[in-house]
Design a protein around this ligand. Structure first.
Ligand code: ZN
Ligand code: ZN
Length: 463
């Protein structure tokens, strides 16, 4: 049901759109068209709906280029349930939305309920079309793709939010927090929009590498992060597992040199894996999602990841804060984070290091792990393969710094725990000998004495 009322004033046109979504319309996308005549230079939209709080009505907009799947030219912004009003003109737009010329033609506002009461939702969209002179056109200003060319282990947070989706901070503030929390890089991952990626270059990054990403958010089927994107890439989210469309968009991520990571697979109270797409298609899993502490949902994600490793599926494990709020929140940027071995602090090399699984996960910036396995004269590190000979031993060593006073280091293989040792004192080292053929991979977990994760590694693969 839709009703349209158009009111004319001298320099503005007001379009009032309204309708009703019944309870069975949960997650169903509703496109609400309106016509923009020639001469309009700014669009302002205000959304109101019944029982806000109990109901959540997501909001976004598409231009006259169209709204069919994958139409990046038509996409003009998304704020999900985080905003109920926005504007855009040639030079500026609300966060989450994409500035640019307002073309005449049929535009579509996209709304859909992600929470709905039995009574349904009465909604109204008040659109103001402002006529005038176009301001200077918005120019994209992406972050630099290289900070330095030095090989090293770089600390990065792969998942976070600003005002460009449902975060409670500006981009500039986020950069300051990331720097203060000891990070070398961040991945910008707003829900279903690339608007932040278009403007990171406007801010002072202070030698922090900013990599573009997007949290592809299909509310009913789980969230995943596309990371390592080109700044103008936008990844489509409007499909279900049954549509068999996801391969198209995963290929888009791959073509960009990016990776697709399943986010917080166990994030609901039922503690079931809520990720609805085929995990085999993805590169990795966020096994550690930011909270004050390692929790039971992380434990489930870790178990799931390990079960995939045991099946020979080489998924990358990552840790990320998913930080939404600044400073003293219980998930500040960088807590936890992923430490990546890369040939340079650049988008290309960080992505290459991650893709190879050359990464460990840590709660705090002080923690470092050095984990190697040696067979004969050859030594392999995290993410590497090591050829072993039957009947020979593999020498495994681990050095840990910057951990709590006492902790347990556990060596895990494809059949479970291979060794576990308690340690005290600063900078302890461990060495273990494993029979070649005993396991297809080796990985390490460092936990405090309560069992909370301090750090964990991706595997070394034994051949
Ligand atoms: Zn999410
Ligand atoms: Zn998120």
């Amino acid at each position: 049901m839709l009703s349209i009322k158009v009111l004319h004033a001298q320099d503005t046109l007001k379009v009032n759109l309204s309708g009703f979504i019944p309870a069975k319309g949960l997650f169903k996308l509703v496109y609400v068209p309106f016509t923009v005549p020639e001469g309009v230079t700014e669009i302002r939209v205000k959304e109101t709906y019944s029982d806000k709080g109990k109901n959540v009505l997501n909001l976004g907009i598409y231009g006259p280029e169209g709204f069919e799947l994958g139409n990046t030219a038509g996409f003009r912004g998304w704020s999900g349930g985080a905003k109920t009003e926005f504007f855009m003109n040639a030079s500026e737009a609300s966060t989450g939305y994409v500035a640019g010329k307002i073309k005449a033609g049929i535009w579509n506002i996209l709304i859909y309920p992600s929470t709905i009461t039995a009574e349904g939702i009465n909604w109204q969209l008040d659109v103001i079309l402002v006529k005038g002179v176009n301001k200077a056109p918005f120019k994209i200003s992406p972050a630099p793709e290289t900070v330095n060319n030095k090989p090293g282990w770089y600390r990065g947070d792969l998942h976070m939010h600003t005002f460009h989706s449902d975060g409670k901070r500006s981009q500039q503030k986020l950069l300051q927090e990331a720097k203060a929390n000891g990070l070398d890089f961040i991945v910008s991952t707003e829900h279903n929009t690339n608007s932040a990626n278009l403007s990171w270059g406007q801010y002072k990054t202070d030698k922090l590498l900013v990599i573009n990403g997007e949290e592809v958010t299909t509310t009913a089927f789980g969230h995943w992060n596309a990371i390592g994107l080109s700044p103008t890439s936008w990844i489509e989210w409007r499909y279900t597992p049954e549509d068999n469309m996801i391969g198209t968009y995963l290929n888009q991520v791959k073509a960009d040199g990016g990776l697709a990571i399943i986010n917080h697979p166990f994030y609901n109270e039922e503690r079931i894996n809520s990720f609805g797409f085929d995990a085999d298609l993805f590169d990795g899993i966020e096994v550690w999602n930011g909270h004050a502490k390692w929790n039971q949902l992380d434990e489930l994600a870790l178990e799931w990841w390990d079960s995939l490793l045991r099946q020979g599926k080489r998924k990358i494990a990552i840790a990320a804060s998913d930080s939404h709020t600044p400073e003293l929140s219980d998930n500040p940027v960088g807590s936890p984070h992923t430490v990546v071995q890369a040939e340079a602090l650049s988008r290309k090399e960080i992505m290459a290091g991650l893709r190879a699984g050359k990464a460990y996960l840590a709660q705090g910036k002080e923690t470092t792990l050095t984990f190697t396995a040696k067979a004969g004269a050859v030594t392999a590190g995290i993410g590497n393969e090591l050829a072993t000979s039957p009947g020979k031993e593999v020498h495994v060593s681990l050095a840990v710094t910057g951990t709590p006073d006492a902790f347990t280091a556990t060596l895990v293989g494809d059949k479970g725990i291979l060794a576990s040792e308690k340690a005290t004192g600063s900078n302890p080292t461990f060495s273990w000998r494993i029979a070649a053929g005993a396991t297809k991979y080796l990985r390490v977990e460092v936990r405090d004495l309560k069992g909370d994760m301090v750090a964990l590694t991706n595997p070394i693969w034994l051949l």
